[in-house]
Each structure stands twice: as structure tokens, then as C-alpha cells.
Write a new protein. Structure first.
Length: 439
């Protein structure tokens, strides 16, 4: 639905801070005014929060080829319900997204669906096989916003170095799943006291740290070889950070001025490996849930800006797949629909994490990583916005997800801060059923 709407007495929160109440007029795809005006519809938004639309730099929407798990329609609807106006889809599909024609086709279909906007990531190497690079220039022209072999680790350091170099020529970041395959081996959970007690193969924190250290060294190498007339520096983005040691390495790299960014997922900020005591595969994710000390370090890194943004790593699977035993069940947690209320409740309400900082990590942070302009709550800015209800509390009910994945490690958790409306360029892409907009 599109048309002018006036949000009266809505509380404005963006990266610049909590700015208090305003009367926000939305129309023509943008914010027309912050001091009221005439509109087709008026909503008393007292007690509600308006913020820029969320941007997810890391989601698995499974199309093409894995539509039994998720497709663009269900995935982008789930994103809109979660307050997301923009989603970066990962390319580890069947076949992988490694040709410009596939990128263009995904974007065209997403526009026809008309939910959250899609920004496909394309494979760094052909077939995600880690050997031959894809055509960065053609992929960028088709609409790809990132190159990554996510779902697989980049084992050949030389290929990654060349990939960073060529991607930089076209202003594309390279995103990596930073795990040393030799150290990870067949680990299904964090290596430590819990895995030892359960007799399950563990994935040590050293696997993440060792690969981050190597990849940072590759960035240094690429920078040293860079010619003076290079248009862009290489940009390395570390996906789904899970360990305190990995965070320490990234902090050091940023202090050196290396062009590196990172994200953290909601599961690594709210769950630890003790959950696997239940042997429930709903908690099986890659990289695995870590220790309480890792969780605390990641929250601090998110607070101080060492971690740039929240990336959901939304990873849907069929119920039958996820109900296998812990060894055979696939890795992954669906989280697009709960990420913000989860962290609003667990970080802001329970820990006093600054709300404006939390919202920045959902909005400006990921946009900055991808090179997108920020959206601020100012007259003339794009009306890709999220309206939140900080007072309503309800339990997570996976059966009601728009996503095809009807499972969640947070099922039954009572959360606040749920999105109630989402706009993409002034167009309503989600309105909560219980939320009536008055005329």
C-alpha cells in the first residue's frame, strides 16, 4: 500500500540518537516533514519508535534450487516482518549464484514480489569451488553487492588474494567464512567441556582465529602490492564472528587501519554451547555456539564498534532435515523475524545496551559495510523505515513464521520491541495484523 501517512507523536531513534517525539509525514517515497502536515491517513503513534529500515548483510534465501527450504517470496516476507527493508542473499544455492544473468534474474523477481529489497551476493569463485575467480565486473554490473564463497571456506590463500584485488577494482567487498577446515574437521559444536562430556566432535575457537589471522595477513599482502592508481582498497568482511580471540585479532587489525569489517549473529549474542546438552539440533549452527566468555566479549565488541553490524545468517531448513540427530542435521538457524526483538529484549532491556547504538548496528552499520548511503530520519531522506512497538510483549511462535523454516532456538521466549510496520521507499510491505491504521 502506498500513500501519504502521518505518524503523530512517534519517537525518533536513529544513529544520531534518541531524538524524542515528532509528527512524521511520509509520502512520495520519502520523509516529507517532521512537523506534521496533511495526509490521507493519520496514525497516533504515541509510544512507538520509528527508525531507519534494517539491513541484513547475510541471509540464506535458498533460491535458486533449494526452494523447499525457502524462496524469495517467503524469505523477503520474513525479512519485512522482521523490520528489514534490505537483505543480502548468500550465493551458496543450487547452482551457486556465480553468473550475472542469475544475479539479474533474482533482482527482477524480488522487485516483482515487492517485499524487502534484495541485494544478491555472488560467488567469489566459479561454482564456489575455490579455484577460478568469477567475473567481478559483470557481477557488479548485474547488481551483486558482495563476493563470497560463504558456506565454504577459502582454502587457497593465493586465490583469495587475487579475489580481493579484482573485487577492489570494482568496489566490491569480499566476505569470508573464517574457519580453518583442518582444525574444524567434523566438529558439530564448540570444542570444550560440553563436547567432551557429550562425546561429540568439537570445532575449536582456534579454527576461527587461525583463519582470521591468515586472512588479515592476506589483506596486508594485497595492500602492499597495490598500485598507487588503484581506485579502491580491498575490503575484507568477516562473517558471523563467534569468538573472543577472533574479535581481538579484528580489533588489532582495525587499529592498524586495515580495511576489515565484521558482523555478529543474534544467536552468538544470546546462546551458548551449554544449550547442546539437550542434543537438540535446533542449536546446531556454523560457526557453533561458543562459551559465555565469548558471548560477553562479542556484546562488548558490538558496543564499542569493533563489530560493525548485526548479520542474521538466517539459515532455513526443512523440518525433516532439522529433526535428524545432531551429527546428521544441517547447520543453521532462521532468525530474520526475531532478530531485533530478541536483541532489544536481551541487550537493551536486560543489559542497558544503548538503544541508538543497537539500532545503528541494524541500519547504518551494515549499509556502511556494503557501501550504501545511510538512511536518517530527516526531511527528504528515503522512507525505508521500521516502526517498532517497545511495549508489546509476545512469545516467539515459529509456527507463525512467514519463513518456511518453522523452528527456532528461541521458541517460547517472550520478547518486546516487535516491528509493527515496515516501509520500503514509502510503500508498506508489512503491517502487523493486530495493528490498525486509522483514517
Amino acid at each position: 500500500m502506498q500513500g501519504e501517512i502521518l505518524l503523530k507523536n512517534v519517537r525518533l531513534v536513529d544513529a544520531s540518537g534518541d531524538r524524542g517525539p515528532a509528527d512524521v509525514l511520509i509520502g512520495e517515497g520519502k520523509i516529507l516533514a517532521l512537523d506534521g502536515g496533511n495526509a490521507q491517513r493519520t496514525l497516533d503513534a504515541s509510544g512507538l519508535i520509528l527508525c531507519p529500515g534494517f539491513f541484513d548483510p547475510h541471509a540464506h534465501l535458498r533460491e535458486p534450487g533449494q526452494e523447499v527450504k525457502e524462496d524469495l517470496e517467503t524469505g523477503l516476507a520474513a525479512a519485512a516482518r522482521g523490520g528489514y527493508t534490505d537483505v543480502v542473499s548468500m550465493p551458496n544455492t543450487t547452482p551457486p549464484v556465480d553468473h550475472p544473468e542469475v544475479v539479474a534474474a533474482l533482482i527482477k523477481k524480488a522487485r516483482q514480489i515487492g517485499q524487502a529489497r534484495l541485494h544478491p551476493a555472488a560467488a567469489l569463485t566459479q561454482g564456489q569451488e575455490g579455484q577460478l575467480l568469477t567475473e567481478a565486473k559483470l557481477l557488479k554490473e548485474a547488481g551483486a553487492v558482495m563476493l563470497t564463497d560463504d558456506g565454504k571456506t577459502n582454502e587457497d590463500a593465493g586465490v583469495l588474494a587475487l579475489g580481493l584485488t579484482y573485487a577492489a577494482s570494482w568496489g566490491l567487498p569480499v566476505s569470508v567464512h573464517a574457519e580453518d577446515a583442518g582444525l574444524r574437521r567434523g566438529g558439530v559444536m564448540n570444542e570444550g567441556p560440553v563436547s567432551f562430556r557429550l562425546g561429540l566432535p568439537g570445532n575449536p575457537s582456534a579454527a576461527e582465529a587461525a583463519r582470521i589471522a591468515r586472512d588479515l595477513e592476506i589483506v596486508r599482502y594485497v595492500l602492499e602490492r597495490q598500485t598507487q592508481d588503484a581506485r579502491h582498497d580491498p575490503r575484507l568482511h568477516i562473517q558471523h564472528l563467534s569468538t573472543a580471540r577472533g574479535l581481538q585479532l579484528i580489533r588489532q587489525a582495525k587499529a592498524e587501519g586495515l580495511p576489515v569489517t565484521t558482523e555478529v549473529g543474534p544467536h552468538h549474542l544470546t546462546l551458548t554451547h551449554e544449550r547442546l546438552e539437550s542434543l537438540d539440533p535446533v542449536y546446531k549452527v556454523a560457526p557453533p555456539l561458543r562459551t559465555q566468555a565469548d558471548l560477553e566479549a562479542l556484546i562488548q565488541g558490538l558496543l564499542d564498534g569493533s563489530i560493525d553490524c548485526i548479520g542474521t545468517d538466517h539459515a532455513p531448513h526443512t523440518q525433516a532435515e532439522k529433526e535428524q540427530d545432531l551429527i546428521r542435521a544441517p547447520f543453521g538457524i532462521p532468525s530474520l523475524e526475531v532478530a531485533f526483538p530478541l536483541l532489544y529484549t536481551e541487550l537493551y532491556l536486560k543489559r542497558g545496551f544503548p538503544l541508538a547504538t543497537l539500532i545503528e548496528r541494524f541500519t547504518d552499520g551494515p549499509r556502511r559495510v556494503l557501501g550504501f548511503r545511510p538512511i536518517h530520519l530527516e526531511e527528504g531522506h528515503e522512507a525505508s523505515l521500521t516502526l517498532l512497538d517497545p511495549k508489546s510483549e509476545r512469545a516467539v511462535d515459529p509456527a507463525g513464521f512467514a519463513s518456511k523454516a518453522k523452528f527456532s532456538p528461541w521458541a517460547g521466549w517472550r520478547l518486546s520491541g516487535w516491528p509493527v510496520m515496515t516501509w520500503v521507499e514509502g510503500r508498506e510491505v508489512f503491517v502487523h495484523p493486530s495493528f490498525a491504521v486509522g483514517a
